[in-house]
Design a protein around this ligand. Sequence first.
Ligand SMILES: Nc1ncnc2c1ncn2[C@@H]1O[C@H](COP(=O)(O)OP(=O)(O)OP(=O)(O)O)[C@@H](O)[C@H]1O
Length: 305
Amino acid sequence: MITLRGLTKRYGEKTVVDALTCDVAAGQVTGFLGPNGAGKSTTMRMTVGLDHPQEGEVLVGGKRYAELRNPLREVGALLDAKALHPGRSAGRHLTAMAQSNGIPTSRVEEVLATVGLSDVAGKRAGQFSLGMGQRLGIAGALLGDPGTLLFDEPVNGLDPDGVRWVRQLMRSLAAEGRTVFVSSHLMSEMQLTADHLIVIGKGKLLADAPVAEFIAGNSRTTVSVRIPADPDRAALDARLRAEGGLTHPGSSPDELVVDGVDVTRIGDVAHELGIRLHGLAERTASLEQAYMELTASSVEYGVSA
Ligand SMILES: Nc1ncnc2c1ncn2[C@@H]1O[C@H](COP(=O)(O)OP(=O)(O)OP(=O)(O)O)[C@@H](O)[C@H]1O
């Protein structure tokens, strides 16, 4: 469990993390979202003691990072996959980390196997591809078998197999009861990986909700109706508008997209009017749509239309 209470960080005049208060619960994957520069990395860096807040605090398992007796056994983090000694082999890098943190060196082989790097343990990290570097960074986070894990953009540079592997790893770590806090810009991936979302914009908390609730609360569900006969489509359109619905043409000529009348009612109306349908489907918005809706006004480096 990670606890943020009034967490505030300023660089000069600029407040980059602004009185953040929320909890990141154990046993689930919590996605951490926000536009570029929103303060996600700064929040994660403060969680592991690499940056310090001016006000408020962030606690891991009820303690500040500096108070943890064996920090790597409590919290593991992938923050910057490039922060590796390029001349050191993957195995030596992890062994050095284990030795300086009182972790048995037998863990090195275990985590290399977990991330699929056993065969290249002797290779210098400087020769690693971006994806291999990410895997090595994840191995480092797992080394102390911690109950809390932070991953900043873990799928950056990974191929589709790698992305799926990270998703499964996050899910299994959470299923073991760990706290998994992960930032990403890939919304479709987050929709598959996360149970819960914390969204920030310009350092402020914008949302803290389960994924499904977040999508439902920040978007509208529409209904796609396919009506083969033109007069039928016009008749249904007129009737649904009369009932307060908003309608517009869909992507195929026989499709009508309806907002504001639920799918059951549309089916009943079509039946009453004796209209033949070729399709009737609810369309739930994607996380990406809901996210864009929520953060539209918090984009710091956006391009205005
Ligand atoms: N050491 C620093 N000195 C001054 N400003 C900084 C420093 N580190 C971060 N910032 C500023 O703080 C703000 C938040 O940055 P941060 O990297 O935490 O955002 P982020 O949400 O992780 O962004 P991204 O999605 O682009 O990684 C940015 O405006 C950034 O320029």
